[in-house]
Ligand binder design. Structure first.
Ligand SMILES: [Ca+2]
Length: 126
């Protein structure tokens, strides 16, 4: 997608983290040939976290925003969806924090994952 190519990965993540994701703002999703990128407040602390989803494996990686402006990146987590064709971020489980929705058109399913705990992933709901 054009914006990621123009801004580069770091610029894109910065824009995601600073421009959207908290409150009721709509989360923009950017995509490359291999990954999707978006932002949201996954732990409900009021700071915009970032998420990277690998298209082929469906695994996602979260960077939880810290109070000092850095990100605490956690290990990959599994969505159970391979060959991902789209993602979304929004208040899908809880009005205080965002969740991640992942879909694959060929699999005919949507997996929704909560990521409230930076120390532990939660299995997907389908
Ligand atoms: Ca957060």
């Amino acid at each position: 997608m054009m914006p990621m190519k123009l801004m580069g990965l770091r610029g894109g993540l910065w824009a995601l983290a600073t421009g959207i994701g908290c409150g009721a703002a709509l989360a923009l999703v950017y995509e490359t040939e291999r990954e999707f990128f978006s932002a949201g407040d996954f732990d409900g602390d009021g700071r915009a976290d970032v998420v990277v989803v690998d298209r082929a494996s469906g695994k996602y990686r979260l960077g939880y925003a810290q109070s000092d402006g850095t990100y605490r990146w956690v290990d990959n987590r599994v969505t159970g969806v391979k060959d991902v064709s789209g993602i979304t971020v929004g208040r899908l489980f809880d009005p205080q924090r965002d969740a991640l929705g992942v879909t694959a058109a060929d699999a005919n399913l949507i997996a929704v994952v909560e990521a409230a705990n930076p120390g532990q992933g939660v299995g997907p709901n389908r």
